[in-house]
Write a protein that binds this ligand. Structure first.
Ligand code: IMP
Length: 424
């Protein structure tokens, strides 16, 4: 069975752990979008791994990991991540990691532009991770991007890079009054990166289509979340790629016909990092409480995440645009001890009510959530491994989420470790 695993909220739903679990039974794990703006945290027997680019499947020796052409790759970050895994005893070689020759590369000028543009936006800043993701995807769309395969034709790479850097340096100087970047330095550095990555690079479209032909099990690892999708999210407060399930087809080169299951991961509450509308954001001391209990700090940037109640209106929208047919609910343990839990079931703006997620952020900003209240639970649930052993109130909460989202819950997570998981 081929599964696309996506974040159904604003990212940071705990996908890393669920991917790690599903990867055990997968032949291939594929990243299809985003870049090292992602941070997937996996805990194995008390040891923590934070992955940014390499699929979490790398922690299982029998799994092959693919970085599809829809991803934007900072080669320095990728090489660093390989070294980080090796230092923790995880062997990464060309039999396990395959990087598409077609990935677009992130250059130092992309990162510099990300920082300068955010600064210029002032109060309207998006709150990006400053990894150069947006500018790299912008170059891809404007057909000035440089791909991994370009590094293997020195003449072509030289011409393209020279043209880009001449242009960007003019922008740095004239628009931002910022220092230029050095062509020679970047050219030689990237040629070297190319050499180091050569053994991993291949035609992953062919590789994956062969895998499908061979009836292999493939898991697609979405990064970020649906509401950060450049088309389906709260534009412009989004990332520049397609975290939705359709992105798996676009970013891997496989037909939509190959996907059997779309599993959406929802956190038992909602979090968002960066700017943008967030209707159910806590306005009281719950903010600090959940943030510290849930360790809600960005895995990539360390920024504190904004926290709020579970938003079923938003998640229902996510179910529709992803075609979700399975749910994983994470971090239920964090809600223990909260006397009354709220779930947002719609929005109100004056006399108008919305049961469908409003697309326009000015409408969304003016909306007040309509809440339903449920009893919480005070029991400790970290140790529970069977659904029927969960407190009644916990089960009612899960079942209400499933009912509102019209989607069956298949996995419930009650702690960070691999085994703190309940399968339904
Ligand atoms: P960018 O992807 O760095 O351009 O950032 C755009 C928006 O997406 C910002 O609000 C970021 O905080 C958010 N974002 C990017 N990657 C992640 C992630 O992995 N988890 C949560 N938010 C993210």
């Amino acid at each position: 069975m081929n599964t696309v695993l996506i974040g159904a909220q604003f990212g940071d739903e705990g996908k890393g752990k669920i991917i790690d679990i599903l990867a055990q039974k997968s032949d291939y794990v594929v990243r299809y979008q985003g870049g090292n703006n992602a941070g997937h945290t996996v805990e194995v027997n008390g040891t923590q791994f934070i992955l940014h680019l390499i699929p979490s499947g790398i922690l299982h020796t029998g799994t092959k990991c693919v970085i599809g052409h829809g991803v934007v790759v900072n080669p320095a970050a990728l090489l660093e991540e390989i070294a980080y895994l090796e230092s923790k005893g995880v062997h990464v070689d060309e039999k396990r990691l395959f990087v598409s020759e077609g990935v677009h590369l992130i250059f130092p000028y992309h990162q510099a532009l990300d920082v300068l543009k955010e600064k210029r936006r002032g109060r309207d800043a998006i709150g990006t991770t400053k990894k150069g993701i947006g500018p790299a995807y912008a170059d891809k769309a404007s057909r000035t991007g440089i791909r991994l395969v370009d590094l293997y034709d020195e003449g072509r790479f030289y011409r393209k890079l020279k043209e880009n850097i001449e242009f960007e340096n003019e922008v740095f100087e004239k628009v931002f009054h910022a220092p230029p970047v050095n062509f020679e330095e970047i050219f030689h550095q990237y040629i070297e990166y190319g050499r180091n990555l050569k053994k991993f690079s291949c035609d992953t479209i062919e590789l994956l289509n062969q895998a499908v032909k061979g009836k292999k099990t493939i898991l697609f690892e979405g990064a970020q979340g649906t509401l950060l999708d450049v088309d389906f999210g709260t534009y412009p407060y989004v990332t520049s790629s397609h975290p939705v399930s359709a992105g798996a087809s676009l970013g891997s080169g496989l037909s939509p016909r190959v996907f059997d299951q779309v599993m959406g991961v929802v956190k038992a509450y909602t979090t968002r990092v960066g700017e943008g509308p967030f209707p159910t954001e806590f306005k009281d001391d719950m903010q600090e409480k959940i943030r510290s209990l849930g360790k809600e700090y960005g895995a990539t940037t360390g920024r504190p995440r904004r926290c709020g109640w579970f938003d079923a209106c938003l998640a229902r929208y996510s179910v529709l645009v992803n075609g979700m047919n399975a749910l994983a609910v994470t971090k239920l343990d964090i809600l223990g001890g909260v006397e009354k839990l709220k779930i947002c079931v719609g929005y109100r703006n004056g006399k108008k009510t919305y049961s469908f997620f409003p697309h326009d952020i000015s409408v969304l900003r003016a909306c007040e959530p309509i809440y339903e209240e449920m009893d919480g639970w005070s029991e400790e649930i970290h140790h529970v491994r069977r659904y029927q052993d969960l407190p009644l109130a916990t089960r009612r909460y899960i079942e209400r989420i499933s009912q509102l989202l019209e989607t069956p819950v298949k996995i419930v997570s009650v702690g960070a470790d691999r085994d703190q998981t309940i399968f339904l």
